[in-house]
Design a protein around this ligand. Structure first.
Ligand code: AQP
Length: 337
């Protein structure tokens, strides 16, 4: 059944080595499912977010295409959903400025991701974009008046800030934005690194052995899983005492859609090696068809660009309407269309 009046927005950065199995389990597979239950889904390649850390122009351009192809190959239907690139719609950055003037420094400095990504840099040399990033993210969602934002657990804090800003704007200038809800899956919302279960699997970790890339060839997938760290002990257990094996089980559950309890029942009495072997095959069952479709899409860049142009046009018409209303409410001139 489709839910009326609900609008979904989510985005992915075209950064680092490209999407990994954590992005798939924590985000993309839900995005695909949401298309079945929600009338309006907006999925965005957030290239402006990729500029918060030093970037290479050529890699950014290529990353946008690769990420868009990844989403389509995972099952995002560009006819049904609005699939587009963030920088194609200028209202994202325009609304960001308005929100920047409403937000407080303290709110931004408290964000965990700012503290983590800024770590190791001198405070004076951390890019200001890293601090402002959650405001751009809030604008991404609010400019479409989205009601539901599917994200991984790592984005919960940014969602809270976004909600606060929507409430603040509405109370100062009148009801304009719905207050969006985070949609966070119960299992697999935070997939950890294969080489260190205390760190989130991340595109820009710089440690290839820590991630399972969606484009990793089968032999690499098998090798990375075989070498993934495990816990002391030999039995397959799930819980805080076995963070590494629990992470493998979360991945297993994420790619098969089966519950951890069911998977553990199947593996009863077996050690880590059979778990890893079964996991590798389950991951490949998802990645193999995905990679075939991805290669096809990347082979026709003109068609991909055309799909993104169409998506941008559809997105623009929604964003322009919202921003005109914002202009009126905050006292800016509203230029003719
Ligand atoms: N490890 C993860 N487990 C579950 N979900 C995850 N997501 C990211 N990492 C995990 C979710 O994937 C969506 C897209 O993420 P993103 O590209 O916006 O950036 P991110 O959250 O910063 O992801 P990365 O992989 O760590 O990228 P880099 O290293 O480039 O910053 C989001 O919904 C996110 O929650």
């Amino acid at each position: 059944m489709r839910t009326a009046m609900a609008r979904v927005f989510s985005g992915v950065q075209p950064t680092g080595e490209g999407p990994h199995i954590g992005n798939y389990i924590g985000a993309f597979r839900h995005w695909v499912d949401l298309q079945k239950t929600h009338e309006e889904c907006f999925y965005c390649v957030v290239d402006l977010h990729a500029m918060t850390l030093p970037w290479d122009p050529k890699a950014l351009k290529e990353g946008v295409r690769r990420t868009a192809a990844t989403l389509i190959a995972t099952g995002i239907d560009p006819e049904r959903s609005v699939l587009f690139v963030q920088s194609d719609v200028a209202e994202h950055t325009q609304l960001t400025w308005v929100l920047t003037c409403l937000a407080r420094m303290g709110e931004l400095e408290r964000m965990t991701q700012f503290k983590e990504k800024g770590r190791g840099n001198e405070r004076d040399s951390v890019p200001a974009g890293l601090l402002a990033y959650p405001l751009l993210m809030a604008a991404d969602v609010l400019v479409y008046r989205a009601t539901h934002v599917p994200v991984g657990e790592d984005q919960r804090q940014h969602l809270e800030l976004m909600r606060d800003l929507a409430i603040r704007f509405n109370s100062r200038f009148g009801d304009t934005f719905p207050v969006p809800d985070a949609v966070i899956g119960r299992q697999g919302a935070r997939i950890m690194s294969l080489d260190d279960p205390t760190q989130k699997m991340s595109k820009s970790s710089g440690r290839p052995a820590s991630t399972l890339g969606m484009l990793d060839p089968p032999n690499v997938v098998r090798k990375k899983i075989a070498r993934a760290v495990t816990d002391s002990g030999r039995e397959v257990r799930y819980g805080q005492d076995s963070p590494a094996v629990s992470n493998l089980l979360d991945i297993f559950s994420g790619v098969t859609g089966r519950s951890v309890a069911e998977l553990m029942a199947d593996l009863e009495g077996q050690g880590y090696a059979p778990l890893k072997a079964a996991l590798a095959e389950a991951v490949l069952a998802v990645l193999t068809p995905f990679q075939a479709r991805y290669t096809e899409l990347m082979g026709d860049p003109a068609q991909l660009d055309e799909l993104l142009d169409r998506g941008a046009k559809r997105a623009q018409s929604f964003a322009a309407d919202t921003f005109r209303e914002v202009r009126e409410r905050i006292g800016l001139r509203v230029p003719p269309r």
